[in-house]
Design a protein around this ligand. Structure first.
Ligand code: SF4
Length: 478
């Protein structure tokens, strides 16, 4: 495979290239454009023309510097051994292959795809989507020899995107619905993916029926199909091994492979917890599940939300904290499908005396709540606040009390806590502020230490970390 006819270099060395706004010629898709997508469909050989790139809309070189445009990428493939199950996995490779192009940055997937093309690439002569489509076709056929023919349609016209958009959304939904019928206990094999290590070198995804990948684009069926056709590729089988903790979703096989693939960085994973040994996050998660210590609950904000969450932070601010391949208790990148899973953060709920992970959710941005409403138990739906209901923590706290949200039952009586703290203070010991853990972002769950906070405001001139002499701990008076 050669790219000598292309004006820019192409290769894995350019994966991870960042294009900042100052370096950018144009932006395609992304959160500020309402409709955009990327999709792979398996077709019959007679339905496509191998090597053909079709452009619908204005071309790259015709765009104004600094402008933003919608983008639709439809890759149609054919081959004797191709099956529909492989579409999602091929589709995820669009991210990787676009990033092979020097001067192109691609983020996310499905209907959240987001690209930038650099000024330097344009100066070198990379000024047509036909070039981009040709590169994609060559890479698809070279990297995945099971693909015998490929055709690419690049769309930049918003009206034309509209024609394809519903079909793309229906395809994603059909894939997700199929996966929702299967659960972790029904299978004897999990799968892993390290496609995002170019951006987050220690990030390792574990994909199980109950835990769709956090990018939302690879479910258990997709991963199984990918591992079958390319067992040495970035998606591979993970024999779960012994189940160490069924509630937390800790398995010896998952721990071993995660440790190996993260180069020793991540040693343990609780698949169903956002607070203890959580799954790592790369950067392309669909939503963030974040702990709200003030109410001992969780909020969820999705990638498209153009607002600040109830904790005062925007998605992008929290994404910086959440991503990068670290275990970050209290900040988890998740897929929307995981919210529908019966295993969704169930370990954390059970630690708090609740039955279902979703019962810990106290806040969602309104658009997300509408999208996942069907997955939320009916009686809980009116109890989860959105930005339309509350605007600060006091209001949230009052809302939860008034609506009798299940999380209220987990609040420890304040008087009880005060008495407890006084006793510790009498001993001159540092005061543990409760049992609900929240790791201060940055400390991570990997070695180091955790600071445990609960419903508190901290004002301090100095922070002293001191080992507690257990003999000094006095029993609480009745
Ligand atoms: S988020 Fe996970 S499953 Fe999705 S492409 Fe990245 S590593 Fe693979």
């Amino acid at each position: 495979m050669s790219f000598s006819d292309m004006p820019v270099d192409v290769g894995p060395v350019y994966e991870g290239e960042r294009i900042r706004s100052k370096q950018m010629f144009v932006e395609l898709g992304g959160p500020k454009i309402p409709k955009h997508f990327e999709l792979v469909k398996v077709r019959k050989p007679s339905e496509i023309k191998d090597g053909e790139v079709i452009l619908r809309g204005i071309d790259l070189g015709e765009m104004e510097e600094g402008s933003r445009h919608p983008i639709g990428i439809l890759v149609e493939v054919a081959g004797k051994e191709l099956e529909e199950d492989l579409e999602a996995v091929f589709e995820r490779r669009i991210h990787e292959f676009c990033n092979f192009i020097n001067g192109v940055m691609h983020l996310n997937q499905r209907y959240t795809n987001w690209m930038r093309v650099s000024k330097k690439a344009i100066e070198k002569g990379f000024n047509s989507f036909k070039q981009m489509g040709t590169i994609l076709i060559r890479l698809f056929k070279a990297e995945l020899p099971i693909i015998e023919q490929a055709q690419v349609t690049m769309i930049t016209n918003a009206d034309v995107i509209e024609e394809y958009y519903d079909m793309a959304i229906e395809t994603y939904e059909k894939r997700d619905e199929r996966a929702r019928g299967l659960h972790d206990d029904d299978v004897d094999m999990f799968y892993g993916c390290v496609l995002c290590q170019s951006f987050a070198p220690t990030h390792v995804c574990t994909i199980t029926p109950d835990r769709t990948s956090l990018c939302g684009s690879i479910n258990w069926f997709d991963a199984r199909a990918a591992a079958k056709v390319d067992p040495k590729g970035p998606i591979y089988a993970v024999p779960p091994g012994e189940c160490i903790n069924g509630v937390a979703g800790e398995y010896t096989g998952v721990n071993e492979i995660t440790k190996k693939r993260s180069l020793g960085e991540v040693e343990r994973v609780y698949l169903y917890s956002g607070m203890e040994w959580p799954h790592t996050s790369c950067g392309c998660f669909e939503a963030i599940d974040f702990y709200i210590p003030e109410v001992n609950g969780h909020g969820i904000i999705d990638r498209n939300a153009d607002m600040k969450a109830i904790n005062g932070l925007a998605f992008s601010t929290m994404a910086n904290q959440t991503g990068g391949g670290k275990q970050m208790p209290g900040f988890n990148g998740i897929s929307l499908q995981y919210i529908a899973s019966p295993k969704f953060q169930i370990y954390d709920a059970i630690q708090e005396g609740l039955e279902h992970g979703i019962e810990l959710t106290v806040w969602m941005n309104s658009e997300l709540k509408e999208r996942v409403k069907q997955f939320i138990p009916e009686d809980l739906q009116p109890k989860i606040a959105t930005e339309k209901d509350v605007s600060n923590m006091n209001e949230l706290r009052e809302w939860l009390k008034e609506k009798e949200h299940p999380v209220v039952a987990t609040w420890v009586e304040e008087e009880e806590e005060e008495e407890y703290e006084e006793e510790w203070a009498e001993e001159g010991a540092m005061v543990p502020l409760g049992t609900q853990t929240m790791t201060i972002p940055g400390a991570g769950g990997i070695g180091g230490f955790k600071i445990i906070l609960k419903n508190c405001k901290v004002h301090a001139d100095a922070l002293i970390i001191k080992r507690i002499d257990k003999s000094a701990k006095r029993k609480k008076k009745k």
